[in-house]
Design a protein around this ligand. Structure first.
Ligand SMILES: [Mn+2]
Length: 388
């Protein structure tokens, strides 16, 4: 086993970003169940996110989604975040909820629609300038439903053109991070369906373009840790969107469906230097809490990432390398499984005590009275949710 002092030191520096949309109402395309106390604006979402950070100590930033989090004054929103003890993280663009985008956004055959979509992406960079955000996160719902509907190759050209224009607009340490998704809402072709397509576009754009791996955006059985290892080796893993899936893009709590997969992913992150100081890998959650309370859902998710990370850090790298070198198949597998089967909860409780936090964030949040307070205070107004 690796020394627990080193493990604690690494865990102390890990940061996990929570998404503003996790705090609003969400559901499936069939039904959204409203919950009491849900935020009514981006300011209240940031207040809820600050609770997750207060009880875990490792979630100090919050991703925005434009236009769901549209406000008149982004500098004021950023100041509000800081006043609550958090900062604004990645800005997520949205070019999938407008009638104009029925046949695509930046890949639409109509140049007027492409212009409108690209202008929105540029507006998101303006917002990043105001909030001090580093990352522009792009996901395109673009694709086709029927063979012959549009020219697959021309759509790649249009995508490349839009990405190049946006990339040229970035300044300083700003990055363009590109997410892929193999299907949905387009069912026949998707314009960015896999890591290879995202990687090829990012490679052409330059060093500040990197790939986002959303753990829920893969076909069943996909070896996600291989993708992570490959992208890290190439210096092209920009971020994770963590969540978990049983069937499609379920957006369930990370580590809920398959904690062993999350461990295997984090093992490759550790192996590839993705947790080292100055890492370019952003650890973000992309989840919706449809039937469970949202703030504790986020706290649990942060804890799940920490547990998988702790287990990955406990892997005895020397023993593993020796077994691999010796061709000791069972020995190598045993080294990995020993780490996975370790109960890291006491270690994480100790770490929280060192950070001046309660050892059990779930219990501490429940005892804080915050949930009851927002239920009582947030009466009236329109609750935030998809499309809000
Ligand atoms: Mn995502």
């Amino acid at each position: 086993m690796a020394s627990t002092t080193a493990v604690r030191a690494a865990l102390r520096t890990q940061r996990i970003e929570t998404p503003s949309w996790a705090y609003g109402n969400s559901g499936t395309r069939f039904k959204v169940f409203a919950q009491q106390g849900v935020p009514r604006d981006p300011f209240e979402k940031l207040a809820d996110a600050a609770q997750v950070h207060a009880f875990t100590g490792v979630a100090p930033s919050v991703s925005l989604h434009i236009p769901w989090d549209k406000v008149d004054d982004y500098a004021a929103l950023a100041k509000h975040a800081r006043d609550q003890g958090v900062v604004i993280g990645a800005v997520n663009a949205n070019v999938f909820q407008d009638d104009d985008y029925m046949l695509g956004s930046v890949t639409n055959p109509d140049p007027r629609v492409r212009r409108k979509a690209t202008d929105h992406l540029l507006e998101c960079v303006d917002i990043m300038d105001a909030t001090g955000s580093r990352d522009l996160k792009l996901w395109f719902s673009d694709g086709t439903n029927y063979p012959g509907q549009d020219d697959i190759r021309a759509r790649q050209d249009r995508l490349a053109e839009a990405l190049a224009e946006v990339y040229a607009r970035l300044t300083g340490d700003q990055r363009l991070i590109l997410e892929y998704k193999f299907f949905e809402p387009a069912f026949y072709t998707t314009d960015v369906p896999d890591w290879g397509t995202a990687y090829a576009h990012c490679l052409k754009l330059g060093d500040r373009a990197k790939v986002v791996v959303d753990t829920g955006h893969h076909a069943p059985g996909t070896n996600i840790e291989f993708i992570v290892a490959f992208l890290l080796r190439e210096g092209k893993l920009g971020a994770f969107d963590f969540n978990s899936r049983f069937y499609a893009d379920d957006d369930l709590m990370v580590g809920a469906a398959d904690p062993f997969q999350l461990f295997r992913i984090m093992h490759e992150v550790v192996r590839g230097g993705g947790l080292d100081a100055g890492t370019e890998v952003a650890f973000m959650l992309d989840q919706c809490h449809n039937i469970e309370p949202k703030i504790p859902g986020q706290i649990r998710s942060v804890m799940n990432v920490q547990e998988a990370t702790a287990k990955a850090l406990l892997v005895d790298a020397e023993a593993l390398a020796a077994a691999q070198q010796a061709g000791d198949v069972l020995g190598a597998n045993a080294v990995l499984m020993d780490a996975y089967n370790t109960d890291v909860r006491p270690l994480l409780a100790e770490l929280r005590a060192e950070l001046g936090l309660a050892p059990d964030p779930m219990a501490a949040y429940a005892a804080s009275g915050y949930a009851e307070r927002i239920k009582a205070e947030r009466v009236g107004g329109a609750q935030a949710g998809w499309g809000a």
